[in-house]
Ligand binder design. Structure first.
Ligand code: KIV
Length: 284
């Protein structure tokens, strides 16, 4: 089957001719009403499994600040920290589109800084696209990066890098003013040339309106079912994260429970001498 016919869907991996998800496939998915699926990933093991499972895109998010580096927010994350993670994800995938997140401080100074950061990610990691936060305020940066031939995924609604400016983890797009701002941001990033836009923590109705008004696909992170695709932080999604998780997260596994049980069993077997058994030993 030619690549053009089946870029998405559960049978996509059955097609050996399908080599790589491209940004044009995002557009086609929207036009054909086919949902796009994304997860974050920060290393090669999860990336390889998600790629094999047919996940369409992997975002090496600056959520690595929380999930990998143990910071409280994404604000301290640097380009130098994300580059090796992104390169590892790229090395692990055959099909998924890999998107590098531009961290706080790496594009706000203006279009020149934004383009330099995007070029570093493209050259040093082999990623296929970059993402940056902000609507109207980031439109000039997006435009410059796109003009250089680098695809950009935009990110509006709740933008974690501006958590303090927004006053905390607050749903965006509520009320007439909120909706107007969200629509202005959405149109600004589309006009700037973004190939898709993440809507984070936005009421479903207003996300639906944005999705209908835009020609580029919308990707929901807590923005409901009317968006063109869905994205989750994989450690939340797989039940690896313990503690409070956002309302929109559905946990598809209990990795924390599984790993804890395995670690307890291992410790008990080492302490009791059950492990290592003869089959785990080398002869002389
Ligand atoms: O860093 C990240 O994982 C993100 C997604 C939640 C959109 O930006």
């Amino acid at each position: 089957m030619p690549e053009e016919l089946a870029p998405y869907g559960s049978n996509a991996n059955a097609d050996p001719a399908l080599k790589r998800v491209r940004t044009r496939h995002f557009q086609r998915a929207k036009e054909n009403g086919i949902k796009i699926t994304g997860l974050t990933s920060y290393e090669c093991l999860s990336a390889s499994i998600f790629d094999d499972a047919g996940i369409d895109f992997l975002l090496v998010g600056d959520s690595a600040g929380n999930t990998v580096f143990g910071y409280d927010t994404t604000i301290p994350v640097t380009v130098d920290e994300l580059i090796p993670l992104t390169a590892a994800v790229v090395r692990a995938v055959n099909r998924a589109l890999v998107i590098a997140d531009m961290p706080f401080g790496s594009y706000e100074n203006g279009p020149d800084q934004a383009l330099s950061t995007a070029i570093r990610f493209m050259k040093e990691t082999g990623c296929h696209a970059v993402k940056c936060e902000g609507g109207v305020r980031s439109a000039k940066q997006i435009k410059r990066i796109v003009r250089a031939g680098i695809p950009v995924m935009a990110h509006i609604g709740f933008t974690p890098q501006s958590e303090h400016g927004l006053g905390g983890h607050i749903i965006q797009g509520r009320g007439d003013d909120g909706a107007e701002q969200l629509l202005a941001d959405a149109h600004a990033v589309e006009e700037a040339g973004a190939f898709a836009v993440v809507l984070e923590m936005v009421p479903s109705d207003i996300a639906g309106r944005v999705t209908r008004e835009l020609t580029i696909p919308t990707i929901s992170v807590g923005a409901g079912p009317q968006c063109d695709g869905q994205l989750m932080v994989w450690t939340d999604w797989a039940g690896f994260t313990t503690g409070r998780i956002p309302r929109f997260v559905k946990q598809y596994a209990d990795l924390a429970g599984t790993l804890r049980s395995a670690a307890v069993a291992y410790r008990e077997e080492v302490e009791s001498g059950v492990y290592p058994a003869p089959e785990h030993e080398y002869g002389a």
